[in-house]
Design a protein around this ligand. Structure first.
Ligand SMILES: Nc1ncnc2c1ncn2[C@@H]1O[C@H](COP(=O)(O)OP(=O)(O)OP(=O)(O)O)[C@@H](O)[C@H]1O
Ligand SMILES: [Mg+2]
Length: 266
């Protein structure tokens, strides 16, 4: 099972959009997938058409990572019905903010990892949408993950933030998460003919080498339209949606390839 955290320490760069794009790609392909909404803003849950008040949510799982709690919390995505996939969600809620303390003890940092070990739905992929900070919730997500995907925009401050995020994952790997590796850096909201964006992408390649994933995600308003209607981008009509779908397909392929390598290496 590949457990992939989608992170950035900077807000609004596209973590939730990339999580939803990858979920859409996995769903279109029928890959059994669980999305964990780690952000108290719960945007991923909204995008996956989860009702705003569920019986239980991530905060219940973090309070008591028991099989019973998980079974009561895991909810099928509202996308179900579009295609044949198997896509479930651990919904987020503002209540999970209580676990976003800067100094969360190791016991709490391991709670999602404990919970995922008890999940028995045959998921091949777990996608974790992280909040834009490096407090307890992001660290809890990383402790449960074997890969981190860092999202960045092609701008000066975002490049510096991506560097900080990669350094922070390295630090947590040395502390409590020996399995944690970067999948790479995905550049989001790229405008094809922007000289500034091209310059920043080259700068990222100089800094991070092959960790900069290809292709970048273009800026397309259709992504916002699909999100606003809580639909997967793969089911949205038109050329721009097809282009975005293909980008997320390629990023998913890359993620799953890494997952297979890990298993072979065990
Ligand atoms: N490639 C893109 N093309 C067009 N719009 C985009 C793209 N990526 C993200 N957006 C839009 O930018 C806004 C911020 O994106 P998103 O919510 O995914 O970022 P985030 O990193 O998850 O934010 P937060 O830090 O608040 O969790 C959203 O309105 C989203 O629809
Ligand atoms: Mg988000």
């Amino acid at each position: 099972m590949l457990v992939l955290s989608v992170s950035s320490l900077k807000g609004g760069v596209g973590k939730t959009s990339v999580t939803l794009g990858l979920a859409s790609a996995a769903y279109a392909r029928g890959i059994p997938t669980l999305v964990v909404d780690m952000d108290p803003q719960a945007d991923a849950s909204t995008g996956l058409e989860i009702p705003s008040s569920t019986r239980s949510d991530l905060s219940d799982v973090l309070a008591a990572p028991k099989s019973r709690t998980l079974e009561a919390t895991i909810t099928p995505s509202g996308w179900v019905g579009d295609q044949l996939g198997h896509l479930d969600v651990i919904p987020g809620s503002p209540r999970s903010a209580e676990f976003d303390r800067p100094s969360l003890s190791d016991k709490y940092l391991r709670r999602l990892e404990d919970a995922l070990q008890k999940v028995d739905h045959g998921y091949r992929l777990v996608l974790i949408d992280c909040p834009p900070s490096l407090n307890g919730l992001t660290r809890t997500a990383w402790a449960a993950s074997n890969r981190v995907l860092v999202v960045t925009e092609p701008g000066l401050f975002s490049v510096a933030a991506a560097d900080r995020a990669l350094r922070a994952t390295d630090e947590l790997r040395r502390q409590i998460a020996s399995q944690l590796q970067p999948l790479g850096v995905v550049v989001n909201r790229v405008r094809p003919r922007s000289i500034e964006h091209e310059y920043r992408i080259n700068e990222l390649r100089e800094m991070f080498g092959p960790l900069v994933l290809s292709p970048p995600v273009p800026e397309r308003s259709v992504l916002q339209q699909a999100q606003g209607s809580a639909r997967p981008i793969h089911s949205w009509p038109g050329e721009a949606a097809a282009e975005l779908s293909s980008v997320f397909d390629q990023l998913l392929d890359r993620a799953l390839r890494t997952g297979r390598l890990r298993h072979r290496g065990r």
